[in-house]
Every structure is written in C-alpha cells, then in structure tokens.
Design a protein around this ligand. Structure first.
Ligand SMILES: NCc1[nH]cc(CCC(=O)O)c1CC(=O)O
Length: 309
C-alpha cells in the first residue's frame, strides 16, 4: 500500500487553496483515506507575481500553470488542482486533465457600490475588470461605461472597490461561493445576456498521462457531466485559438447522454457579436465544441477577427 502522501500542487491564493482542500477532502472521503495522506504543496506562478498588468498584456497562456506543470513533469508533484478556466487549451506533452469536480454556479456576479445592478449604474460609471470577455460584454450592454483593468486576488479587488477606485466589479460567483462570500454580489448576471467564460466554475485536476496509480485514485471523484461540458467548451476555445486576448464565452450542459452548447464571440468594444448553439451526444463533447468554433468562425467572417489582433 501507498505510505508516502500524495503531493498536490496548487497556487497559494485563498481561492486556489480552497479548491485544493476541497479536492483533498473529496479524495480522502471517497477512498476512506486520512487527509494526512495528501500534502498540499503551494507554488507561486508568474500570474501570481505580476499583478499590475492585464493578463492579455503579459500574454495569458500558462501564466497560472507553468511552474506547477514543470513540477508535475519532474515528479515533484503527483497531481495539481486548478480553476479549469485558467488552463491553456494546449497542455504540455505528458500531462492531461484527468478529473473534474462537480461544477459550481457558472454565473458572473456583479458587485456594485454605487448601484446594485449593471444596468442601473450611473452614466459614465467606472467598472474594474481584467477579463476581455467581461469588458466586451459590459460595453455591449452599456457602451457609456468606462471599463478599467483591474487585477489581483478576489480580496484585493473587493478592497479596491470598497475604497472607491471603481463603481463596480465583476467576479465569478463560483469563486466567491468557494471563499464563503456568496452574499457579496449585488446581482447575479443572466447567462443568456452575460455568458460565462469556457470552463468557468469547474475545478480540474491535472496529472501525468500513464500514471495509473494516481489516475485511478482521481477517477473516483471525476464528475462526468462536468468533464463533458468542459471538454466541449475547451474544444470551442481551442478552435478559435482562444487565449486571454479574445472575448469568447461558452457554456455546455450535459445530462450524461445529450449535450447542448451555446457560444458567443464579441469584438473587444462590444459593438459586434455572434452566437452559436449546437447539440449532440455527450460522448462527442469535444468534437461538438470544435464544430461550434468552426461554424461561428464562418458565420462571423474574416473581417470580424481582425478586431482581435
Ligand atoms: N484567474 C481568474 C479566475 N479563475 C477562476 C476564477 C473563478 C473560479 C472559477 O471560475 O472556477 C477566477 C476569478 C474570477 O473570474 O472571478
């Protein structure tokens, strides 16, 4: 039997730690293991160290994952826990997303200081968000709003808001709930009008391909519906060459047999957008997402994408 603890890699933010602890607790419970059989190893990533520039400026890909993946590949870690939303669509050779926890609420939360709802903000109000998707969606609904880049951990963003640096901000409701801050939002945005980022609200586990001992352990907590939904959303993102530079939204729902995906792409100024919906077998999740990506690309035409560069 295994005697050395499994080493779990995570970032050190309160949200990352909450996610790693939830994963550890689920694994311990399902396998009847003591929590001491899991050691949570905290690593700092480039994304944690650079907080004064937007993710798009730094060049989003792998910012929150690179250091952790190196340690997975070298065998320092057995697996890593991430927000699926932060994962590049292409992983390093030898690694894969082996399991997904049951998805949290997928909605974006609006936290308003000078008005409780996005559409009620005063003319010309300032909203802080570093996400190009949120920036574009805000501008689509409220072109008068001044959107400013706004990064840092959830706690930092809420402090800046309380200090009056902005009128409002947006955060994933999932993260707030995991931090015990479910009552912070003043509005939960309708996912039809304000669709989430691909993979929002889903915790994933990354591990080595072929590491049977670890992957068997992880398979026991994999939520297959979340796994299928995120595979579809990431297929969409990958086909559109998604990085943090692109305003892309997408949400799939799987009932285990059937899957339905809706995606949206916008110009960064929110003036133009396209939507797509596809349905099919849950088993074809990734291919369905890719097809949605190809179809929306054709629908939008090449002129649309010049706004992204
Ligand atoms: N690095 C940003 C990030 N990655 C995952 C989450 C939230 C949790 C989730 O979507 O699972 C957040 C913060 C936010 O968008 O508010």
């Amino acid at each position: 039997m295994q005697t050395k603890p499994f080493r779990i890699g995570t970032r050190g933010s309160p949200l990352a730690l909450a996610q790693a602890h939830e994963t550890r607790d689920r694994l311990a419970a399902v396998h009847g293991l003591s929590p001491e059989m899991f050691e949570v190893v905290i690593l700092s990533t480039k994304g944690d160290r650079i907080t004064d520039r937007s993710l798009a400026e730094i060049g989003g890909k792998g910012l929150f994952t690179e250091e952790i993946e190196q340690q997975l590949l070298s065998g320092e870690l057995d697996f890593a826990v991430h927000s699926s939303k932060d994962m590049p669509t292409k992983l390093p050779d030898g690694l894969f997303l082996s399991a997904f926890l049951p998805r949290e609420d997928i909605r974006d939360a609006f936290i308003g200081r000078t008005a409780p709802r996005l559409l009620e903000l005063p003319e010309g109000a300032t909203v802080g968000s570093s996400s190009l998707r949120r920036q574009a969606l805000i501008r689509r609904l409220r072109p008068d709003i001044n959107v400013i880049t706004y990064r840092g951990q959830v706690e930092t963003r809420l402090r800046k808001l309380a200090e009056g640096q902005v009128d409002a901000t947006l955060l994933a409701y999932a993260g707030l709930k995991r931090l015990g801050m479910a009552d912070v939002p003043t509005e939960l945005l309708d996912p039809e009008e304000f669709p989430p980022a691909p993979a929002q609200g889903a915790i994933c586990i990354e591990s080595r391909i072929g590491d049977k001992r670890v992957n068997d352990l992880l398979a026991a907590i994999d939520d297959s519906r979340t796994h299928e939904a995120v595979a579809c959303e990431r297929g969409f993102l990958a086909t559109l060459d998604g990085s943090c530079r692109t305003p892309i939204a997408g949400l799939a729902v799987s009932d285990g047999t059937h899957l339905r995906f809706s995606g949206m792409i916008l110009t960064p100024d929110g003036s133009t957008h396209h939507r797509i919906t596809v349905e099919g077998k849950a088993a074809d999740a990734e291919a369905l997402g890719q097809k949605a990506g190809e179809d929306i690309r054709a629908q939008a035409g090449p002129g649309f994408f010049s706004s992204w560069t």
